[in-house]
Write a protein that binds this ligand. Structure first.
Ligand code: F6P
Length: 546
């Protein structure tokens, strides 16, 4: 049985260290150490990480690095990069990092170098994308493609959609990208009324090509298309991305219109593969290769830089400290960039589907809590919605601020305001405002003493609320690639410390099976099963209405 986390010497030392320093205030730590910012920040792959506003000091960090060493994070990392069977419950290697290796590098799995295969698919995607972008690829009535519809869900949706949104300032002006994921017909229906079948390209994106939602949306899109065009026109308007050629062919898409990837790529780690086709169509093959290069730069940083300067390791360890020692149950992701508005949702799958587990690789229970809840929205919007709770609520939650220094627009004043708000929020979370400061403010405003007494407790900010700030120069394909890879590796390091398999997702299976049975009952294809009275009652009400 694996040593549980709580049994490690480093974890126990961290608990002890916390007990001895329960009352420390980060604002005092800043006052005591003018070098705190430069000591507790790091840089790599074009990203800058300031973690100085967390409730840590040099000793905390030393103990956290000891924890990473004791739980063999480096050996586990090297095993992943080398293609060992890291995903043990599915008997698979985990090699999304191979997808961003440059052409001249090697990665041998079994007897085979994967890199040429990866680049052969990238090259095919590149040729196809250029044909669509240039207008050489024509629809059934000889018009150019104007709309690209990605049909997929989970990792076959969140990655392409988030990245297309994030890099919209690099998008081809003629191509509109759309994403349909939900089995709820309102999703597809709303889109079909807005697009023209003659100028639309559908990408059916599914690793397994058997995901219920995607297959139903794909069949409905196909049926809609065939109401306007002939069967022989399908090949100009439907392409597929999958690891399952047979299933793609059975759907009616020819192998030349399929872009493959491999079972060593997990769904939530697949945006770098052909699953990124919608992104490549939008930003072009050259920018897509920059996106891969950004991720590769972060891979190299993660592999080569000592733990003490290693961005994903630091982000992960700060997360472990906040979650397992300080008891913080969520991280709010706050991108101060409108184009990153889908990033919190993307991270929800990446982190929560990867590390939302409570058993270790060997099947034994974890001894600590694992993945916190990931949520959030762009700044400054969140400030006017839920930041109240983050500042003064009963739970202490961590925040990751993410900002680009230079905008891709020319409205300088907006950028000044945006960054000012971002930095002000992290300062406010850390500093807070104590009773003396609040009192002095109100006295300066000339409020009567009785009013001051009444308002004082409401206007105090406890502060000492932890946050990280991640900065990039500008949001471009390289920076986005590095940012996503930073979080991928953070997830890996945390999974390694918690001793869990970050690469399976058995927890999504039960609902899928039950939904299949209930769908058969709702459509009278199966006799009602004996469910609990709630489920029976809900089914009966739906049957009466359908
Ligand atoms: O149900 C969860 C899941 O398997 C995710 O892990 C995956 O990203 C998603 O479904 C979609 O799977 P596929 O690409 O095979 O359709």
């Amino acid at each position: 049985m694996r040593t549980t986390l709580t049994a490690t010497a480093a974890f126990q030392a961290l608990q002890q260290h916390h007990t001895e320093n329960k009352d420390r205030q980060v604002r005092h730590l800043f006052a005591q150490d003018p070098a705190r910012f430069s000591k507790l920040s790091a840089e790599g792959a074009g990203l800058f990480l300031d973690y100085s506003k967390n409730i840590v000091d040099d000793k905390t960090m030393t103990l956290l690095y000891a924890l990473a060493r004791e739980t063999q994070v480096e050996a586990q990392r090297d095993a992943m990069f080398a293609g060992q069977e890291v995903n043990r419950t599915e008997h698979r290697a985990v090699l999304h990092t191979a997808l961003r290796k440059p052409r001249n590098e090697k990665l041998v799995l079994g007897q085979q170098d994967l890199v040429p295969e990866v680049h052969a698919v990238l090259d095919r995607m590149g040729v196809f994308s250029e044909r669509v972008r240039s207008g050489a690829w024509r629809g059934y009535d000889d018009r150019e493609i104007t709309d690209v519809v990605n049909i997929g869900i989970g990792g076959s949706y969140l990655g392409p959609k988030m990245t297309c949104q994030a890099l919209r300032s690099f998008a081809h002006p003629r191509l509109n990208t759309h994403f349909v994921s939900n089995v709820d017909g309102h999703d597809l229906d709303a889109l079909l009324t807005r697009i023209n079948p003659a100028t639309t390209l559908f990408i059916i994106a599914s690793k397994g090509f058997n995901t219920a939602e995607t297959m139903m949306n794909a069949q409905s899109a196909r049926a809609w298309f065939l109401r306007h065009a002939k069967e022989s026109d399908l090949s100009k308007h439907f392409v597929a991305v999958s690891t399952h050629l047979d299933a793609v062919q059975a759907f009616g898409i020819a192998p030349e219109n399929m872009f493959p990837f491999w079972d060593w790529v997990g769904g939530r780690y697949s945006v770098w593969s052909a699953i990124g086709l919608a992104l490549m169509l939008s930003i072009g093959p050259e920018c897509f290769r920059e996106f891969l290069a950004g991720a590769h730069a972060m891979d190299q940083h993660f592999q080569q830089v000592p733990l003490e300067e290693n961005l994903p390791v630091i982000l992960a360890l700060i997360g472990i400290w906040n979650r397992n020692i300080l008891g913080s149950s969520s991280i709010s992701i706050a991108p101060y960039h409108q184009d990153l508005r889908l990033f919190p949702g993307y991270l929800q799958q990446l982190e929560m589907e990867s590390n939302g587990k409570s058993v270790q690789v060997d099947g034994s229970k974890t001894s600590t809590t694992t993945c916190p809840i990931i949520w959030g929205d762009v700044g400054t919007n969140g400030q006017h919605a839920y930041f109240q709770l983050l500042h003064q609520g009963t739970d202490v939650m961590a925040v990751d601020f993410i900002a680009a220094l230079k905008p891709t627009h020319s409205m300088q004043q907006h950028q000044v305001q945006l960054l000012a708000n971002c930095f002000a929020q992290s300062e406010a979370f850390m500093r807070g405002k104590n009773a003396d400061e609040v009192r002095a403010d109100m006295q300066a405003q000339g409020l009567p003493e009785a009013e001051i007494q009444k308002l004082l407790p409401h206007r105090i900010f406890p502060g000492n609320r932890p946050s990280n700030t991640i900065l990039m120069e500008t949001l471009n394909p390289h920076a986005l690639g590095a940012l996503i890879a930073l979080y991928e590796h953070k997830v890996f390091v945390q999974g390694a410390i918690w001793g869990i398999n970050s690469f399976d997702q058995w927890g999504v299976e039960l609902g899928k099976i039950l939904a299949k049975n209930i769908a058969a009952e709702l459509s009278d294809k199966a006799k009602p099963e004996q469910h609990d009275s709630s489920t029976n009652g809900l089914i009966a009400r739906a049957k009466a209405a359908l």
